[in-house]
Write a protein that binds this ligand. Sequence first.
Ligand code: NAG
Length: 445
Amino acid sequence: MFLPSLVILGVVQAVFGKTQLYGMNIAGFEFGCEITGTCPLDTIQPPLKSLGFGDGAGQMDHFVKDDGMNVFRLPVSWQYLTNNVIGPLDKTNFGNYDLLMQACLKTGAYCVIDIHNFARWNGGIIGQGGPTDEQFADLWTQLATNYASNPFVIFELMNEPHDIDLTAWVASCQAAVAAIRKAEKVLHIVLLPGENFSSAGTFLTSGWGAALATVTNPDASTTNLVLDLHKYEDVDNSGDHPDCVMDNVADTFEPVAAWLRKNKRQAILSETGVGVTSESCFVDFCAQNTAINANSDVYLGYIAWTAGSVTSDYILDLAPTLTGTKWVDQKMTIQCVIDLWVNAPAGPAAPDWGLALGTALAAIPSSTGGSAKRSSSVVVSTSSSGAVSTPTAIVTGTGKSGSASGTQTSASPSDTQTKTPNSANGVKFASGLMACSLILAVILL
Ligand SMILES: *[C@@H]1O[C@H](CO)[C@@H](O)[C@H](O)[C@H]1NC(C)=O
């Protein structure tokens, strides 16, 4: 009804049903990382029962089986992976991180490697006085080599860069992407983080979105290069306060979606969280994630912050609690993360610059020499054939009943400004009219 007129006005209000991916952060391997990129090893709490901390493996298994989640983000510090020396991966430490990765992959979900260093190593900015672009690229060569053949591993180049020279940072990311494409045997999804702590709120205003969008594959395409967004809802967008004051819809996620649509690109909201007991946060977090789902042609997914080695004294604690043999989700997780996704109408298929779960993948750029057949993976395509794909969604159940889990300290990420992280730190779509409008919209774009 309203759609056709909006299309005529050139304002496309997408009503895509739900994102292809949704899930949870599993924090712990990054605990203690400061925004200076200083990451002590003795504050790390690997989110694995076998290593003495949160039961990340059990949590992920529950989130997939009971809630239908299909992506997890696994933060880790660079220092941990290489045992405090820039260079080769440390066998023991990387081995421990890989235990979490394998537990994630075993669930059938996509698993994001997040290097939680704020574009830094002990105060020095990558490619800007700190580690060189070559050293940064070498880290990614090693990681891409280890997961070369598994398309379910997603590479997030860096957590929350800030106070950087944007042009130089784009070059650092370009170096890392080139290294990854050379080392991998299947075309992985790579997440490109921007300025201002990857803030979705400054994606347009600071120009970091357009800048990072210039990063390309060796064949000059941007296939499977996804822009990485973070966003919180408290007063300074840091995630450090219990109450919410913004839902980020009209001022952030709608305009960013319009930009992405116009430029035929995708983004993922890989970190977003709220004070889990505040009434204002139930309202704002549900509103935000509803908007993300409604723009699923350009938003690949959302990943909530956080479960893992967190406990109930952390205001953003979304870890489920194990009661007997039953995992119980928190109310905030159920209402504003799970149910919004599970109950969302599947909506119309995304245009082909969106994502296709379960379709054949794009060819590996020939310069990498790869030729492996890949399947069952998300492909972000930038071709413009106009074909549409059918999104599929894993829905295995809904979580019910909430409770708080029980001591901790997490590195709470942040967004814009001066914040200090915590120290220790489907269904056919209903309306044919809508379908016509969307097709029209795609054509007009
Ligand atoms: C975003 O980053 C730029 C460059 O570092 C900085 O000048 C600007 O103040 C930042 N904006 C916000 C809202 O933090």
